[in-house]
Write a protein that binds this ligand. Structure first.
Ligand code: ATP
Ligand code: MG
Length: 412
């Protein structure tokens, strides 16, 4: 099939937004005689005038040929999907060879069948993610109707929605992710397929689901994303404790914490909060509810020992009902951050400044979480500021003493 080609005069892509290292890779591949395009999320982001997070490249060069061109800065990864990672300092740019694959089959059997540019986009998820950008003449190459859909703000699967969702149910989560992030409408057939295939989500990989969900917590659109998950019924299948909680009267509090995190992320896309702080947003309201009914409603004040026990129980309960298990390190950090909240704002209302807790390695994360709480509940602003100032002072003192205080993700 001949693609539609949109010329530089047809679009308003700001080419200054394209990463210089990505352009360098594209140029080098072309000079070696290969086809090379930007593809996927970065082209979509450029067209909607957002700063792309990462720049993926598709090329006719095979992995070994890419390796030969970029030598030591290139490593080949993946057994099933052979990909090249090209490293520039801390940045990694992913370069993959055009692949073919059966679009409609239930199982992806051979992932390393090389293909044409057209075959390569036909295996991708949504039309808006299926565009190429050719840096030689700044044209957009469209085999799937993605150009039109981006301009109409529509999310449409490439190929039959139901078969694409059955083939890889994670695509349903991705559908909601792009709806939340860009406000795109979901095409009617994709909407129907989501209803029909909902339960298939339980056949997908729990690690991939967790990764998409954690990435959405970092995205600046987590509140609308969790709303969509809830409305679609996927949340109940994946994180039933959370779905139940959101449906209840305190559900709004959880959403407000997510909205606060979204606000911080949209103000500064580079300063992404730690996943333990973000995961804490999902669990803290559940913990609050537990402490309320176990202690406060009975006119008792929980001690730190009680709080630590409850934190453990709430996290365990959350996991018990969840499709994806959180990594042990993450739950340990969440537990520490949440329990520390009750030292920062004790249920007794009495406030002591224990200088010892400033030294705890998770303190900056706990402080960041308190900031989110203060964004939701203005009565906490003062106590947040006071802890923040104590911490700054502690940092200055340990700097003077030449001590190495822990990395503080919480400046400003
Ligand atoms: P983000 O901005 O979140 O990175 P993205 O579209 O770049 O969004 P990635 O997960 O980085 O998403 O994937 C890169 C590209 O790979 C997508 O744009 C899409 O073309 C393709 N892709 C990713 N996941 C799938 C999938 N499950 N099925 C088909 N194609 C996929
Ligand atoms: Mg991407």
């Amino acid at each position: 099939m001949q693609p539609k080609v949109y010329l530089v005069s047809d679009h308003e892509i700001n080419s200054n937004l394209i990463d210089a290292d990505a352009l360098y890779i594209l140029k080098k591949l072309r000079e070696a005689g290969f086809i090379a395009y930007l593809v996927g999320g970065s082209v979509r982001d450029l067209l909607v005038n957002k700063v792309p997070k990462d720049f993926d490249i598709s090329t006719s060069a095979r992995p070994e040929q890419i390796k030969a061109l970029f030598t030591r800065s290139c490593i080949l990864i993946g057994r099933r999907f052979r990909l090249a990672h090209i490293r520039f300092g801390h940045k990694i740019i992913e370069v993959s060879t055009f692949r073919s694959g059966d679009n409609e089959s239930d199982l992806i059997l051979q992932d390393n069948q090389w293909g044409t540019p057209e075959q390569d986009v036909l295996r991708r998820d949504f039309t808006v993610n299926g565009l190429f950008y050719d840096p030689t003449d700044h044209s957009i190459i469209d085999y799937v109707g993605g150009w039109e859909d981006i301009h109409k703000n529509v999310l449409r699967t490439i190929g039959d929605a139901e078969s694409r969702f059955k083939q890889d149910p994670v695509r349903m989560i991705r559908l909601l992710k792009f709806r939340a992030r860009f406000g795109f409408q979901i095409a009617p057939e994709a909407r129907q397929a989501l209803i029909n295939c909902r339960e298939e989500i339980l056949k997908s990989s729990q690690a991939r689901i967790l990764e998409e969900v954690l990435r959405m917590l970092e995205s600046g659109a987590s509140a609308p994303f969790f709303n969509l998950l809830k409305e679609s019924g996927l949340l109940k299948l994946l994180f039933s404790k959370l779905a139940h909680f959101l449906a209840g009267e305190k559900g709004k509090e959880l959403m407000l914490l997510l909205t606060a995190a979204d606000k911080i992320h949209s103000l500064d896309r580079k300063n992404v909060m730690d996943r333990s702080v973000l995961g804490g947003c999902l669990i803290f309201p559940l913990l609050q509810k537990e402490l309320q009914s176990e202690y406060l409603d009975r006119k008792q004040t929980p001690h730190m020992g009680d709080i630590i026990l409850s934190t453990g129980t709430v996290i365990k309960d959350f996991e018990l009902d969840s499709f994806s298990q959180l990594p042990r390190r993450l739950t340990a950090a969440i537990a520490s951050i949440l329990a520390t909240q009750y030292r920062l704002t004790p249920p007794s209302g009495k406030r002591h400044h224990h200088p010892k807790i400033l030294k705890h390695k998770d303190f900056p994360l706990a402080l960041e979480f308190l900031k989110l709480r203060a964004m939701v509940d203005k009565s906490l602003i003062e106590v947040y500021q006071s802890w923040r100032d104590s911490y700054r002072q502690y940092e200055r003192q340990s700097d003077r003493r030449g001590q190495n205080h822990h990395q503080n993700p919480h400046r400003g």
